[in-house]
Design a protein around this ligand. Sequence first.
Ligand code: PMP
Length: 322
Amino acid sequence: MDYTEGRGWHDPRIVPYQNLCLDPATMVFHYGQAIFEGLKAYKAVDGRILLFRPEQNMRRINISNERMCIPPIDEEFAVKAVKELVMVDKDWIPEEEGTSLYIRPFIIATDPYLGVRPSHTYKFIIILSPVGAYYPEGINPVKIYVESNYVRAVRGGTGYAKTPGNYAASLKAQVEAHEKGYTQVLWLDGIERKYIEEVGTMNVFFKIGGRVITPALQGSILPGITRDSTIQLLRSWGIEVEERSISIEEVYEAHQKGTLEEAFGTGTAAVISPVGELNWNGNIITINEGKTGPLSARIYETITGIQYGKIEDKFGWIQEVK
Ligand code: PMP
């Protein structure tokens, strides 16, 4: 679908997967004015094809658009477009447990223009790809490096928007963490390098002394849909969840006192990713002996159970594609 100033969004169409032909001066290549999303279609145990809270992804597109000076899309129309596309490619949805059809909507600025200003034209594209199970050998804890040097986002920046520049800015820290033997980076706030923000492509939760704590949404982290679903689930189970600032010192102290019970990341790709170890300036924080904790496992089983139609969806999160 295209956008032209004065005309709005127009010409939605489904075409075979193909290359884009763009002028070398196309603005997105130079100034990064773009946004994207990520969601999945699941084949349920009874054969139905299900989407998980797709309206939330489209809501987030408009939040990202607003920050990046991209004109808003019609969210309902975009959900319908995703459903129509999934129907076209439904035979590509793998059958095996844990697999899915990944859906990647994105918008790019398409004016051929050298100079910094918002584009007058855009393309909104949705591509699909079958993906394998995130945990082919069972849910597995990750080792995470606490980043005290580089910063991903600050309040007032673009951290809450799903825009490519945030990910480009995170690559260097990710590469260095990999070299040290860690899979992911835990970001700290950009001013004091003290408060926890998020992990790579996941929001993060800590269970300390029976309570669950997750950083509040204050403009520098992505408002994750899995984060929101996890909070709703935990509260429905009578577990207290605090959305507030949490410092890395608080986590370290809880570890020393023996009250740090679990830590886990949440995101569309993994659903839940238990954290087995944190390295904070050489201080090693081992969590739950490096094993998956019971709460992480329960949330994982419940959310994936709802996504694959195995558990009743009391929250109205599932939308059937037909
Ligand atoms: N933070 C970042 C930076 C991400 O890229 C993602 C993945 N979209 C998340 C958090 C988790 O968000 P969600 O649960 O909506 O996938």
